[in-house]
Write a protein that binds this ligand. Structure first.
Ligand code: 5GP
Ligand code: MN
Length: 334
C-alpha cells in the first residue's frame, strides 16, 4: 500500500489535535461543573486576558453556586483598568487563597513560574486545569487546555463555558471581550472565529467602545511626560532593534497600564524588526517586553533568556545592568 501523501498526513494531524483539544475542553468543563470550590489564578502582573479568563469562569461558577476565589501573586492590587471586571468581588489577596483548592485553574500562565508564589498550589490542589495559548508552554496540570492557535486564553475560557452550559451574561461577556480585544491588539491579529466570538460577546452586553477606552486608550495626563522621556531615550540599532528603558523611579511613579503601553509605541518604528522595553524593577533587575514586527521569532529569544511567550510578543526577567541585559537581547536575536 502506498504512503499517505504529506498534505493528507498534516491534515490528519491537525484533525487529531483538534479532537484532543475538544476532549480536554470537555474534561475541564466536567471537572468545573462538579466542583464545589474553585480557585482561579492569573499570572503575575495580570493583563486583561489572564484576569478576564479567571473572572469570566469565576463569575459563571459563582452563579452556579460554587465557592470561588480569583487571585494572582503580584502586584498587591487589581490593575485599575481591570477593576471593573470583578463585579462579584471575587479577587482575594494571595495570602488569603485556600491552601489546598479542590480545583485550581491556571489562566494564561505560560509556565508555573508565571504564577509566582502561587505556583505552590499546583502541588496541593485536588485537580489543576491549565488554560493557555503560549507556544512556549511546556505543559503542566492534570487537564491541559493548551492551544497556541488561540488568539487569547479567553477564547479557551469561552469554549469551556459553552461546554459547561453556562449562560453568557453581560458580566461574563465583558471579561471575555477584555481579553480578546487586548490580546489581538484591537482585533488586528484576530481570525474569523475570534471576530464571530466578539459579535457574540457584544450581543451578550460587552460594550466595545467603553472597554477599549478603559483598557487601551486612556492614560493619566501626567503620563505624557513619562512617555515623552521613554521615547526620547529610545535607540534604533542598525540591526532593527529599537529599545528603551524605563527607570525604577518611573516604574514606581506610573501605573503598570502606562509602563506596559510603551512597547506598543516603540514597535511602530518603521525601521523596527524588534522592539524591546526594559522595565527596571530593582537596581539590577529588569522585566523585558519584546515585540516582533513580523520576521523575527521573539518567543525563541525570550526563551533563550529564561522567559517565553508568543512569536510576536514575548518577555523575560533578568538580573544585571541595563547594558548586560541589552547584550543578552542582541545575542539572543542573532
Ligand atoms: P508582556 O511583554 O506583555 O509582559 O509579555 C508578552 C508575552 O510574553 C505574554 O504573552 C506573556 O505571557 C509572555 N511572557 C512575559 N514574560 C514571560 C516570562 O517570564 N516567561 C514566560 N514563559 N512568558 C512570559
Ligand atoms: Mn494571553
Amino acid at each position: 500500500m502506498s504512503e499517505p501523501d504529506p498534505a493528507m498526513q498534516r491534515a490528519l494531524a491537525v484533525l487529531e489535535a483538534d479532537r484532543a483539544l475538544a476532549r480536554r475542553v470537555s474534561d475541564a468543563a466536567e471537572v468545573l461543573v462538579g466542583a464545589t470550590q474553585v480557585t482561579l489564578l492569573a499570572h503575575v502582573d495580570p493583563d486583561a486576558d489572564a484576569l478576564g479568563s479567571a473572572l469570566a469562569l469565576g463569575i459563571a461558577l459563582r452563579r452556579r453556586g460554587a465557592e470561588v476565589e480569583v487571585s494572582f501573586a503580584s502586584p498587591d492590587r487589581v490593575p485599575e483598568s481591570l477593576a471593573a471586571l470583578d463585579v462579584l468581588g471575587l479577587v482575594v489577596a494571595p495570602d488569603a487563597v485556600s491552601a489546598a483548592p479542590e480545583v485550581l485553574v491556571s489562566c494564561d500562565a505560560a509556565e508555573p513560574a508565571r504564577l509566582g508564589s502561587l505556583a505552590r498550589l499546583l502541588d496541593t490542589a485536588g485537580c489543576t486545569v491549565m488554560l493557555d495559548h503560549h507556544g512556549t508552554n511546556p505543559g503542566f496540570g492534570e487537564i491541559q487546555v493548551l492551544d497556541p492557535a488561540a488568539e487569547a486564553t479567553v477564547v479557551l475560557a469561552h469554549r469551556v463555558l459553552v461546554e459547561m452550559g453556562a449562560r453568557l451574561d453581560a458580566d461574563v461577556a465583558r471579561c471575555l471581550y477584555a481579553g480578546l480585544v487586548t490580546d489581538t491588539r484591537g482585533f488586528r491579529t484576530a481570525g474569523a472565529d475570534a471576530h464571530r466570538l466578539a459579535a457574540e460577546l457584544v450581543e451578550a452586553g460587552a460594550q466595545p467602545a467603553v472597554l477599549a477606552r478603559a483598557l487601551m486608550d486612556e492614560h493619566p495626563f501626567a503620563w505624557f511626560a513619562g512617555l515623552s522621556a521613554a521615547l526620547g531615550r529610545a535607540v534604533l540599532e542598525p540591526t532593527g532593534l529599537v529599545h528603551t528603558t524605563i527607570p525604577l523611579e518611573d516604574v514606581r511613579r506610573f501605573r503598570p497600564e502606562e509602563i506596559d503601553s510603551v512597547v506598543d509605541v516603540l514597535r511602530t518604528a518603521q525601521e523596527a524588526e524588534v522592539a524591546a522595553v526594559l522595565k527596571q524593577v530593582a537596581p539590577a533587575r529588569f522585566v523585558v517586553s519584546l515585540r516582533s514586527t513580523g520576521r523575527v521569532d521573539v518567543a525563541a529569544a525570550a526563551t533563550a533568556l529564561g522567559g517565553g511567550g508568543h512569536r510576536a510578543a514575548a518577555g523575560f526577567t533578568r538580573e544585571g545592568t541595563e547594558q548586560e541585559v541589552l547584550a543578552g537581547i542582541r545575542a539572543a536575536l542573532v
